[in-house]
Design a protein around this ligand. Structure first.
Ligand code: NAP
Length: 295
């Protein structure tokens, strides 16, 4: 079997077009314009490129969009004051602090300072807790993107055996939590593997849906995958440089071998990656609607 590719670029484009229409509708009917601020501290090149992409997308969708660049040596107190300013700004519905922050700033303290209603990354403990009890306002962006890829590719999630490799707070734990909720597009039986798992292949071979977020190239080989499984590769590993000077990327799955066994698979790049920013935009639209009391 050669797997069908799950095209994250196409699905992200489709969702962005839906959001663009929704933004027009919100403006025309309610005079509401979703507002997003991205706060960047310092000039880390990867962070600069992520923030630039988020800003570009938010402008394309018609948001009120603010990019707030702060110097590397901003103090923790100054950053907390800045967040407080945006917490109180009625034009801003979503606050995104680009991570990582410089070492002299306590990241947890900063993320906890964001008003949970404006926490469009879904990392505040209030939002993590709401996800846990099935009452989420905002799903964290990468896991939300994975769920959308599955739903929009017509994958049967309800009742499926889902195995997640990785238990980070930003991917592994939240995607497991999302897919085990007794809700539409979820209601799966979920297993989480990590470095303490005794026999990982025993678990991965049972998976109807295998989601891999380990950050280890080729951690999943063909012998670890069930015939016909759906494989979602979240990993982004830099394994060199292309002839035109760009980073050469690979996922956590041995793509060439596994695609002969799976029924569907995400490529890297072009699978999960394009969905993350799109879900940030979806959360910001939702934040604007919640703020305005629109259902
Ligand atoms: P992370 O915080 O490093 O967590 C990795 C997890 O994988 C840990 O729970 C670790 O187990 C587990 N793990 C590592 N090697 C393993 C192995 N050989 N067998 C079983 N479990 C293993 O990583 P992350 O932030 O979740 O990111 C994972 C990958 O996804 C990275 O490549 C990252 O770049 C990528 N990513 C992509 C996007 C996107 O938008 N496409 C977004 C976020 C992350 P322990 O807990 O036991 O250490």
């Amino acid at each position: 079997m050669t797997a069908k590719l799950i095209n994250g670029n196409e699905i992200a484009k489709q969702i962005r077009e839906e959001l663009r229409q929704e933004v027009i509708h919100l403006k025309e009917k309610y005079n509401v314009v979703p507002g997003l601020v991205t706060i960047l501290v310092g000039e880390n090149p990867a962070s600069v490129s992520y923030v630039t992409a988020k800003q570009k997308t938010s402008k394309e969708l018609g948001f009120y969009s603010v990019q707030d660049n702060q110097p590397e040596n901003i103090s923790e107190d100054q950053l907390l004051q800045l967040i407080d300013k945006y917490n109180k700004d009625p034009r801003i519905h979503g606050i995104l602090v680009q991570l990582p922050l410089p070492k002299h700033i306590n990241e947890t303290k900063v993320l906890y300072a964001i008003d949970p209603k404006k926490d469009v990354d879904g990392f505040h403990p209030v939002n993590v807790g709401k996800l846990m009890i099935g009452e989420a306002d905002y799903l964290p962006c990468t896991p939300a993107g994975i769920q959308q890829l599955l739903i929009r590719s017509g994958v049967q999630i309800e009742g499926a055996e889902v195995v997640v490799v990785g238990r980070s707070n930003i991917v592994g734990k939240p995607i497991a939590n999302i897919l085990l909720q007794k809700q539409k597009g979820a209601n799966a039986t979920v297993t989480i593997c990590h470095t303490g798992t005794r026999d990982m292949a025993f678990h991965t071979r049972r998976a109807d849906i295998l989601i891999v977020a380990a950050g280890k190239p080729k951690a999943i080989t063909a012998d670890m995958v069930k015939e016909g499984a759906v494989v979602i590769d979240v990993g982004v590993n830099r394994i060199g440089v292309t002839p035109d000077g760009k980073a050469k990327l690979c996922g956590d799955v041995d793509f060439e071998a596994v695609k002969e066994k799976a029924s569907m698979i995400t490529p890297v790049p072009g699978g999960v990656g394009p969905m993350t920013i799109t879900m940030l935009m979806m959360n910001t639209v939702k934040a604007a609607k919640l703020h305005a009391g629109i259902r």
